[in-house]
Ligand binder design. Structure first.
Ligand code: SAH
Length: 395
């Protein structure tokens, strides 16, 4: 039998159903498991705690598949987990649109290392750990069976795979091959998603409800959409009656899709501007040009990716928030986000408060944002919470 035996007293987090086993908590590994194998996790006194996928190259040496004895990680197990996850989304319709939503949100759906997003008839997946990689074909087949989608595409090309000793991979996994691009519906918008080469699985579904808030609050405003990617926030703002939208992103291919998204939604090109630029530099240039806006969206990539660089990340967030606040007209709105899981909402609020103080603007939070409900946070896994945001109104 392949087992991991924990040090004395280190079973506490597992008894609270937290799914991670850190290497520092492990006393011994017996039976020579190979990376990706399923192991039994035992307390120091030999008591059975969980079955878990083994990732010897990671600081998180194992992640729990099941807290139920006899439940084996195989085709039936994965079909049951995938069905439960898909069913949970279906039960949240129409708040969660069935054909453009996250179907599997890793640990919070009992499937560590597995992310699956549905785009129309297609599913785009990431497998981030050795055990997830090992079982990916079973998971892909389960997704087809549970959803009736036509095909599953793999986008396991994120750099976090390196922490597990996995190489980046992308390509066809099951069913038919998706068209390029796919079109999804988000509220009144139709949006192009490039599953093959877009960021992550192709699109940022986690911001769906927050893009809706921008649509509802920006009528008549001149909007600055920073870190625009394919222009989702901008399209929603314009559909909601915003006067104009300036989109900034360093990715030229993303901005090409953003332009195409204008056409797809019958929005005249002259209502939008597209700047292929670094936001830090562009905000300074807009300041020097004396430009002002009725609303600014700041949706940067994750600035904090380890505890060691929390401070550096905070400086980045403060810089862009300070510059954005200065560009706002009186009564203007700042939609500011952080998707850094290691930065909690309290800390983010302090950073934005510091930015407001230094900007000399009188500002207050009038609304709080989080990730959409198809990105749940299991109560035994608070790490699942990562996206937070504020709507800040300046006086
Ligand atoms: N708001 C988007 C998602 C943004 S993801 C949406 O709702 O879909 C973050 C984006 O920031 C990516 O498109 C990335 O290309 C871009 N980016 C990263 N660093 C940047 C920088 N310094 N300046 C401008 N864009 C940047």
């Amino acid at each position: 039998m392949q087992t991991i035996r924990l040090k004395k007293g280190r079973e506490k987090s597992l008894l609270r159903r937290h799914p991670w086993i850190f290497s520092g908590a492990v006393d011994s590994v017996d039976g020579s498991p190979r990376p990706g194998d399923t192991v039994d996790v035992l307390a120091a006194d030999g008591r059975w705690l969980a079955s878990a996928g083994y990732s010897p190259n990671s600081q998180i040496m194992a992640r729990v598949w099941s807290f139920t004895r006899g439940e084996a990680a195989g085709p039936e197990f994965f079909l049951a987990r995938v069905r439960a996850a898909v069913g949970a989304r279906a039960a949240l319709a129409p708040a969660v649109p069935p054909r453009a939503c996250r179907l599997i949100h890793a640990e919070s759906d009992g499937l560590p290392g597995v992310v699956a997003d549905r785009y129309d008839d297609w599913i785009s997946c990431e497998f981030l750990t050795m055990p997830a990689e090992r079982h990916k074909r079973d998971i892909a087949l389960a997704l087809l069976e549970a959803t009736g989608a036509r095909g599953v595409w793999e986008r396991s090309d994120s750099d976090v795979r390196a922490k597990e000793g996995l190489v980046p991979l992308a390509g066809h996994l099951a069913g038919d091959e998706p068209p390029d691009p796919v079109v999804i519906e988000e509220g009144p918008a139709r949006l192009l998603v490039d599953i093959r080469t877009g960021h992550k699985t192709g699109y940022y579904l986690d911001q769906r409800d927050n893009r809706r808030a921008v649509m509802d609050l920006c009528a008549g405003r001149d909007v600055l959409n920073c870190f625009s990617y394919t222009g989702g926030f901008g399209v929603m703002a314009l559909l909601g009656g915003a006067a104009r939208c300036t989109n900034i992103d360093t990715s030229a291919p993303a901005l090409d899709i953003a332009r195409a998204n204008m056409d797809l939604n019958a929005l005249p090109r002259e209502r939008a501007e597209f700047l292929t630029d670094d936001v830090f530099a562009a905000l300074r240039r807009l300041r020097d040009q004396g430009r002002t806006f009725g609303a600014v969206v700041l949706d940067p990539p994750r600035f904090v990716d380890s505890r060691a660089n929390i401070q550096r990340g905070c400086r980045g967030y403060k810089d862009i928030n300070l510059l954005a606040l200065r560009l706002l007209e009186p009564g203007g709105l700042l939609f500011t986000f952080s998707c850094s899981g290691l930065m909690d909402e309290d800390l983010f609020q302090k950073v934005v408060a510091g930015a407001a103080l230094d900007s000399g603007r009188d500002a207050r939070i009038v609304r709080r944002f989080a990730q959409a409900p198809d990105h749940p946070v299991a109560l035994n896994f608070p790490e699942g919470q990562y996206l937070k945001g504020f709507l800040v109104q300046v006086v």
